[in-house]
Write a protein that binds this ligand. Structure first.
Ligand code: PLP
Length: 398
C-alpha cells in the first residue's frame, strides 16, 4: 500500500482566504445592492508596463521564427536576465556573480522548495504572524518550528533571543505587518546566524516599496550575510508579475556548511543540483519581460504603479492616524497592519467592517496567534476604491 506523507494531515485547512470569501459571498447574497470594496487581497490591480509588454511581444515573435526559436533554456535562467539582476544589485553596492542568481517562476516556489536542502532535524525559527508558506512548507516535512513573537512591543520586528535555531525565516518589508528591519537589526540576525552556524532565509518580495534610503533592501547589504543567508525576491509586486510569474533567488558562493563527515558543502551547488533535477526553467518570453523591468526605461515605468500604490497607502495611513487607530507598515510597504478598534477580535472586526462599511480586509488571526486583535489592509486597490473605503472608515471611527 502506498504510504502517504501524513504530515499533510497536520496542516490546518487553508481557512483564511476561503473563510473571507465565504463571508463576503454570504453578505453580498443578502445585500445585492451594496458596493463591497476589497482591501484585503495581496494581488496587484495595475497592468504590466509597456516596456515589459513590448519585450514579451518581441520574444513571442522570436519563438515563431525558425532562426530565433528556442527550446529548453538553462534551468537557472538566461544569462541576460541574471546579468540584469546583478546590475540591479550593484546599485546597493552588492557584487553578485550571475551564477549566484537563480531565476524562478516566483518567490513562493523557491521559498517552498528550499526546504529540500535541509535535513528534517533542523530547528526552524519563524516569526509569528507571518506569510503562511514558511510554516506550512516545514510542517509538510514534520519539522520542529520555534516561533518568534512579533508584537507591538518589538514593533513587529523580533530579534534573536537565547534560543538556538538552525534555519531562520525573515521577511522584510513584512507580510502581513508591513514592518521593515533596519540595517542594525538585520546585522544582529547576521551575527546570530554566523555564531550559531545557522542559515537565514530572507524574503525580500516587497523590497521595491522601500523609500527610506537608510533601510536595507537586501540582506546582502549587511557584511557577513553572504556567509549565512539566501535571499528570495519577486517581480510580482515590483512590476505586476503576479499573473506573469517571475522571481529570483540569490544563493551566494560564499555560503557553505560542513557535511557530517567534515567536508565543505556549497549551498549554491546544492541548489543548482536541486533546480537542474526538478525544475526546467522559466519561459523565455517571461524572462525577456522580466529583463525589461531592469532596463533604464523599465525602471522609470515601474515607478509609476509603485508610486500609485504608495499613494493609496499614504491615504490609508492618514485615515487611520486621524481615527487614532494604531498601525504599523504603510510607509515602506504596501501593507497596513492595524489594531482592531474597540479591542475587537480580528474576525469580529472583519464582520463589523463588512456589515457597516462594506469594506473587506484580512483578519490578523489568520497569520498566526500574535495576529489576533489585528487586521491587514493592502494598498493594491484602485485609488477610487481606496478613497471611498477610507471615507467609510472615517465615518465609523473618525
Ligand atoms: N513572499 C511573500 C512575503 C509574499 O507575500 C508573497 C506573495 O504574496 C510571495 C513571497 C510570493 O510571491 P510570488 O508571487 O513571486 O510567488
Amino acid at each position: 500500500m502506498a504510504k502517504m506523507n501524513e504530515n499533510y494531515l497536520n496542516l490546518k485547512e487553508s481557512y483564511l482566504f476561503s473563510e473571507v470569501a465565504a463571508r463576503v459571498k454570504a453578505y453580498k447574497d443578502k445585500n445585492p445592492d451594496k458596493k463591497v470594496i476589497p482591501m484585503g487581497i495581496g494581488d496587484v490591480t495595475l497592468p504590466l508596463v509597456t516596456s515589459v509588454v513590448e519585450a514579451m511581444k518581441v520574444a513571442a515573435s522570436e519563438m515563431g521564427q525558425l532562426t530565433t526559436f528556442r527550446g529548453y533554456g538553462p534551468e537557472q535562467g538566461y544569462e541576460f536576465l541574471r546579468l540584469a539582476i546583478s546590475e540591479y544589485y550593484s546599485r546597493l553596492k552588492i557584487r553578485l556573480d550571475t551564477s549566484e542568481i537563480f531565476i524562478s517562476d516566483g518567490a513562493k516556489s523557491d521559498v517552498g522548495n528550499i526546504t529540500d536542502l535541509f535535513s528534517n532535524d533542523n530547528v526552524i525559527m519563524i516569526p509569528d504572524p507571518v506569510y503562511p508558506v514558511y510554516v506550512d512548507s516545514n510542517l509538510m516535512l514534520g519539522r520542529h518550528i520555534e516561533y518568534l513573537d512579533a508584537n507591538e512591543g518589538n514593533n513587529f520586528l523580533p530579534l534573536p533571543d537565547n534560543r538556538h535555531a538552525d534555519i531562520i525565516y525573515l521577511c522584510s518589508p513584512n507580510n502581513p505587518t508591513g514592518a521593515v528591519y533596519s540595517k542594525k537589526q538585520l546585522a544582529l540576525w547576521v551575527d546570530y546566524a554566523l555564531e550559531h552556524d545557522s542559515i537565514i532565509l530572507f524574503d525580500a518580495a516587497y523590497e521595491s516599496f522601500i523609500i527610506d534610503n537608510e533601510l536595507p533592501r537586501s540582506i546582502f547589504e549587511i557584511p557577513g550575510a553572504e556567509k549565512c543567508a539566501i535571499e528570495f525576491c519577486s517581480l510580482s509586486k515590483t512590476a505586476g508579475f503576479t499573473g506573469t510569474r517571475c522571481g529570483y533567488t540569490i544563493v551566494p558562493k560564499a555560503l557553505t556548511r560542513k557535511s557530517s563527515n567534515g567536508a565543505d558543502i556549497s549551498i549554491n551547488k546544492l541548489w543548482n543540483r536541486r533546480q537542474t533535477t526538478k525544475f526546467n526553467g522559466v519561459s523565455y518570453i517571461i524572462q525577456r519581460g522580466a529583463a525589461a523591468v531592469f532596463s533604464e526605461e523599465g525602471q522609470i515605468q515601474v515607478k509609476k504603479p509603485l508610486d500609485y500604490y504608495r499613494g493609496n497607502a499614504r491615504i490609508m495611513g492618514e485615515t487611520l492616524t486621524k481615527c487614532g487607530v494604531y498601525y504599523s507598515g504603510g510607509t515602506n510597504s504596501p501593507y497596513l497592519w492595524l489594531r482592531c478598534p474597540n479591542n475587537m477580535a480580528s474576525w469580529d472586526f472583519f464582520d463589523f467592517l463588512l456589515e457597516n462599511a462594506n469594506v473587506v480586509g484580512t483578519p490578523g488571526a489568520g497569520f498566526g496567534k500574535n495576529g489576533e486583535g489585528f487586521f491587514r489592509l493592502t494598498a493594491f486597490s484602485t485609488r477610487e476604491n481606496t478613497i471611498e473605503a477610507m471615507d467609510r472608515f472615517m465615518k465609523l471611527f473618525g
